[in-house]
Ligand binder design. Structure first.
Ligand code: SF4
Length: 294
């Protein structure tokens, strides 16, 4: 895969450079980075989903509503801002493709997260969207690591398998070993259906994952990354050197990132934070509020 420079911009007191493989570099002469606007927005565009996962922390169902994909704040996003678009099932949104076309015109970098079920069903569409650079990165939530799924994953660049800490079993993760795959481990969200589903077996799976990490899980993958919730649940800081942590930790929720629920037209610092505020017209104003959320 050829790695190209996608773009660079100034944000608050630092410069950001982004490459086509998703690598991001922040630079300044200070010992801290203070953002004026979010580098990355977790954007929920629909509550509709037909997979009905028992642990779904968004409570997505076939009765879930789609958002209106037009809001004033989109016009205030800077080029190379990244959007992590999800749902529900974002592929079910009837306006998704025109939305992605508009984002590309504005040089906004769209990443999409879909479930394995929808990935397999809509593989050709997703490949087309990636080939046309309407999607820069694709996250696929793992259901079952079959050989067919793994070969489909291997056929696309910039695809990351999403796994949920506490849900994925040792047997499932070991089937992904040594195949040059990229994996993102997401923390278990103990809210909504995630709260109903929670049991001792979730904790046992979390402990199992901690032990796998302790004894070299990362050696079996091209990349292993974590969201902040998983970093905390898996005590990753205790497993690596301070210099590695300082090099790779991307900051607390709300420092460079934020969450927008476009269905309910509200925002917060993350999807698990219940201090929500009504959508505003300007991203800088919303981000200023996000920074005040404890
Ligand atoms: S977890 Fe994802 S795939 Fe499962 S019901 Fe929720 S939105 Fe759908």
């Amino acid at each position: 895969m050829t790695i190209n420079l996608l773009g660079s911009y100034r944000n608050g007191n630092y410069d950001v450079t982004i490459f086509s493989d998703g690598t991001k570099i922040r630079e300044n002469d200070l010992d801290f980075f203070e953002a004026q606007f979010p580098e990355n927005i977790d954007l929920k565009i629909t509550d509709y989903c037909d997979v009905n996962c028992a642990f779904c922390h968004e409570n997505s169902t076939v009765h879930g509503e789609h958002s209106i994909l037009d809001a004033e704040f989109f016009r205030t996003l800077r080029p190379y801002t990244e959007l992590a678009i999800g749902g529900g099932n974002p592929l079910s949104h009837p306006e998704l493709i025109p939305f992605l076309i508009n984002l590309k015109k504005s040089k906004i970098l769209a990443n999409l997260t879909v479930n394995q079920v929808h990935f397999e069903k809509h593989y050709n569409l997703l490949k087309h969207l990636m080939d046309k650079e309407l999607i820069r990165g694709l996250g696929v939530s793992l259901v079952n690591p079959t050989d067919k799924f793994i070969s489909m994953v291997q056929s696309l660049d910039n695809l990351i398998i999403h796994t949920i800490n506490g849900i994925i079993s040792k047997n499932q993760i070991s089937k992904l070993y040594d195949k040059n795959l990229k994996v993102l481990i997401l923390g278990y969200k103990n809210i909504r259906r995630g709260k109903d589903y929670y049991s001792e077996s979730v904790d046992q799976n979390i402990e199992m994952m901690y032990n796998l990490l302790k004894y070299g899980l990362t050696e079996h993958f091209e990349i292993v990354s974590f969201d902040n919730l998983a970093l905390n649940q898996l005590r990753v800081k205790s497993l690596i050197s301070k210099s590695l942590w300082d090099e790779f930790y991307m900051g607390d929720d709300g420092q460079h990132t934020m969450y927008i629920d476009l269905v309910k037209r509200e925002f917060s610092k993350s999807s698990t934070c219940f201090e929500r505020h009504p959508l505003m017209d300007d991203i800088d104003n919303m981000f200023a509020v996000v920074k005040t959320i404890k």
